[in-house]
Write a protein that binds this ligand. Structure first.
Ligand code: UD1
Length: 426
């Protein structure tokens, strides 16, 4: 497994262009299976999760190319709606294929994606949503098969606003007969992006971004060319890294309106943020202030995907901050690693109590999941001395060569691969 070696203590400085959003690209790639023909999707980042999704699509008979940041999919010879268990287990987001493949083939077989490092992550809302659209579901051990000759529009209420369930139901309902409404839908920007993509292919969806989405089923879609929105979590990660290293960074190709809650919290810590169109400038010169209480909740509240990164800044702040995690029960694994670097954090059930220290120190730490890994990289950049971050493959799921991205901002960060045991020059 690759590792990152970071010489900390250098403020980040410079300009960076933000990659397309992984969490928008994944459902959009899946939704492309609803149409027959060639679909072109731009601003698709080069990430491990995207590679896995493209491999699954190839396995199903789709032709898929990813050149620079453009993906071209030819779905004409898509022949299977059976996702092999081994591929399904590589990435939870393969669940997104359930709705589109069911709508296109009238049948789909998937396997339980299982739990993951950040929590149990059930799929009951995905399944009950499809059932309400008329699908018959047969579960045998971990294998799930759904059948429906043609899905029928329905009024679906989600018990909780699940991002993935909202997207899966939207994708399935696009080709259903009649009208579907999803109430208590998730409101994340990635859902709006999926709506815009599907509508570009001729779907009739309104309401994404609010808690009620209405989908009028159509007979057929036509292929399109589409550009994915900027990644708000990568944007946020760089903003926090700039603040934690007391640097000055300009971020291009951002969508500041998707980051309102993060910008609000960062300003409360004393970080300077200037927004001009799709440009965000972040600067911090002094020690951050603690924030009494942050609660992660569905969009537009503070995102769970930024919880671990902002915790690094709070670990360095003046005073005590409280972070409450309400989305995923197992999402404090970075705390033990940050403690090895000198952070003073106590976890009690779903809350973390963070007593700021004036300095973190380099250590060997392990990335336990994607965002926890990003947090450890930020901690390494801000810390005094050398930090080694192990299990970098978790970080590669969501950040396109994080070491070259940060290297361009002056960070002293090098990737080592065990095969060559030589540094990989970005
Ligand atoms: C998506 C994001 C992920 C982010 C999360 C929350 C993608 C690819 N991933 O994940 O980065 O952290 O939203 O913002 O977009 N739940 C159920 N039953 C279900 C589905 C979900 O109980 O059928 C629960 C989950 O266990 C979790 C909560 O709902 O506690 C939120 O999950 P959900 O919004 O579905 O997250 P994902 O779509 O998996």
């Amino acid at each position: 497994m690759d590792k990152l070696v970071i010489e900390g203590g250098k403020p980040l400085s410079g300009t960076i262009v933000i990659q397309g959003a992984k969490n928008a690209a994944l459902p959009i790639l899946a939704a492309s299976m609803l149409v027959e023909g060639v679909v072109t999707i731009e601003h698709v980042p080069k990430l491990l999760d995207i590679d896995v999704m493209l491999n699954i699509l190839r396995e199903l008979g789709c032709r898929a190319e990813h050149v620079d940041e453009t993906v071209q999919l030819d779905t004409t010879s898509l022949h299977s709606s059976h996702i092999p268990e081994a591929l399904m287990r590589q990435m939870r987001s393969s669940i997104f294929l359930m709705g589109p493949l069911l709508a296109r083939f009238g049948e789909v077989t998937i396997y339980q994606p299982g739990g993951c490092a950040i929590g149990e992550r059930k799929i009951d809302l995905h399944l009950s949503g499809l059932q309400e659209l008329g699908a018959q579901i047969v579960e045998e051990d971990s294998r799930i098969t759904c059948y429906a000759k043609r899905l029928k529009g329905a009024e679906i209420h989600l018990d909780l606003p699940s991002v993935g369930a909202t997207e899966n139901i939207m994708m399935a309902a696009v080709l259903a007969e009649g009208l579907t409404t999803i109430s208590n839908a998730a409101r994340e920007p990635e859902i709006q992006d999926l709506q815009n993509f599907l509508n570009s292919m001729g779907a009739k969806i309104i309401g994404a971004g609010t808690d009620t989405i209405t989908i009028e089923g159509v007979e057929k879609l036509t292929p399109c060319r589409y550009q994915v929105i900027p990644d708000r979590i990568v944007t946020g990660t760089i903003m926090v890294a700039a603040a934690a290293t007391r640097g000055q960074v300009t971020l291009l190709n951002t969508c500041p309106s998707h980051l309102t809650s993060l910008i609000h919290v960062l300003r409360r810590t004393g970080v300077q943020i200037a927004v001009d169109g799709d440009i965000i400038k972040v600067g911090a010169a002094v020690r951050p202030k603690a924030v009494d209480r942050i609660v992660t909740s569905p969009y537009p509240a503070f995102p769970t995907d930024m919880q671990s990164q902002i915790m690094v800044l709070l670990a360095l702040a003046d005073g005590v901050s409280i972070m409450k995690e309400t989305i995923f029960e197992g999402r404090f694994k970075h705390v033990d690693e940050l403690s090895r670097m000198g952070a003073d954090i106590r976890v009690d059930l779903s809350s973390a109590y963070i007593r700021g220290v004036s300095r973190l120190y380099g250590a060997t730490v392990e990335a336990t999941d994607l965002r926890a890994g990003a947090a450890l990289v930020i901690a390494g950049l801000a810390a005094q001395g050398k930090t080694v971050v192990e299990q970098v493959h978790h970080i590669d799921r969501g950040y396109d060569r994080i070491e070259s991205m940060l290297g361009r901002l002056g960070a002293r960060i090098t990737r080592y691969s065990p095969v060559e045991s030589n540094p990989i020059v970005p």
